[in-house]
Design a protein around this ligand. Structure first.
Ligand code: ADP
Ligand code: MG
Length: 330
């Protein structure tokens, strides 16, 4: 079916028919605004992320379903980074008329699949036509008790710095996609990231993080935001950076600096958080077997900026590294 046959309201009805309902939703899709019931004692956290065709995604790289999943995932990651539980989302679309209804069905199915995985409900949005590419804007809302919210500004001198999962896979995946090699763990992590909602709640419910952020722009940039807002510096040990087996294998094959992408590559959607040293043992025991690992990568220092130490103990300067392709001669 063509979008022109379905029309704006036909499309909205099609999306609304698949959106679930949940306790706390008083008025959902179909009225002028949605009405939701907040959990008593909680604040509402609201975030928005826009994905623009040609800027954030390339339709020749991604299937509609995974694009739908990722569009919501990046928003859930922001709610997670505050230590909050995601609850609701709004989906706004500017659609080029040439896009098929089948594409939009699959896209919506992907977004709603991700929503179901994390207990989030679609409560509204906006739909219009685009004279350029596809534009996707999602607004997500979450909740948390005020004292459990993890802002960027709370890192203290002597706090340890931790990161969930592994770094660099997504950026490596994007490089592989651009080289026409759409397979492997990195490509999957780039196209279909998992927001660390569960991990964030495990941490925030115990009041562990003094500061937290998700890795969307790369470790150096995102840790930099914590440091700026906390008025502190950091010392990082490169050998402590968590690299996946997939990443290590690729790094061995290449002649590139193995720390370039873990430090500067974006879109891993892992969590960086700081916590007092007294809580290290507890943190490591919470993320034992059967869950994603958490690694200690450094410490908060007085002063400004990030100091990096190479495995041999010498200072490391990422700015002086070249930007040659990671997988040279592959
Ligand atoms: P209005 O003209 O008052 O802005 P709309 O016609 O844009 O109303 O939307 C009608 C209803 O459909 C609203 O409840 C709105 O939230 C919902 N809606 C519109 N577009 C979407 C969408 N892409 N996904 C989910 N709900 C949508
Ligand atoms: Mg509208």
């Amino acid at each position: 079916m063509k979008l022109s046959e379905l029309g704006e309201f036909g499309l909205i009805e099609r999306i609304a028919a698949k959106a679930g309902r949940e306790d706390g939703l008083r008025i959902g899709i179909g009225d002028d605004a949605a009405a939701t019931e907040p959990t008593p004692g909680c604040l509402t956290l609201t975030t928005s992320d826009m994905l623009v065709e040609g800027v954030h995604f390339d339709l020749s790289f991604c299937a509609p379903q995974t694009l739908g999943r990722k569009s919501l995932a990046v928003n859930l990651s922001d709610i997670a980074a505050m230590g909050a539980k995601p609850r609701w989302f709004l989906l706004s679309l500017a659609i080029p008329p040439s896009l098929s209804v089948e594409f939009l069905d699959r896209f919506t199915a992907g977004a709603l699949e991700m929503a179901a995985e994390f207990g989030v409900t679609l409560i509204g949005g906006d739909t219009c036509s685009s004279k350029g590419g596809l534009v996707i804007s999602i607004t997500a809302m979450g909740e948390q008790k005020p004292e459990r919210i993890a802002a960027r500004s709370g890192a203290k001198e002597g706090d340890l710095i931790f990161v969930t999962g592994a770094l660099g896979d997504s950026a490596l995946g994007l490089e592989l996609l651009r080289m026409g090699k759409p397979d492997g763990e990195g490509v999957k992590r780039h196209l279909d990231p998992t927001p660390r909602v569960k991990e964030a709640l495990i941490l925030s419910e115990r009041g562990i993080p003094t500061a937290m952020i998700d890795v969307s722009d790369g470790l150096l940039a995102d840790l930099g935001h914590i440091l700026e807002m906390s008025g502190k510096g950091a010392l990082l040990r490169l050998e402590a950076l968590p690299l996946s087996p997939f990443f290590r294998e690729m790094a061995v094959k290449s002649h590139d600096d193995p720390y370039r992408l873990p430090l500067s590559g974006g879109e891993d959607y892992e969590l960086i958080f700081t916590a007092p040293p007294a809580r290290e043992e507890e943190i490591l025991s919470l993320f034992g077997k059967g869950s994603i690992p958490v690694s200690r990568i450094g410490v908060i220092t007085p002063g400004k900026g990030i100091t990096l130490l190479s495995p041999d103990g010498s200072p490391y300067h990422p700015g002086k590294q070249g930007y040659n392709h990671f997988i040279a001669g592959n």
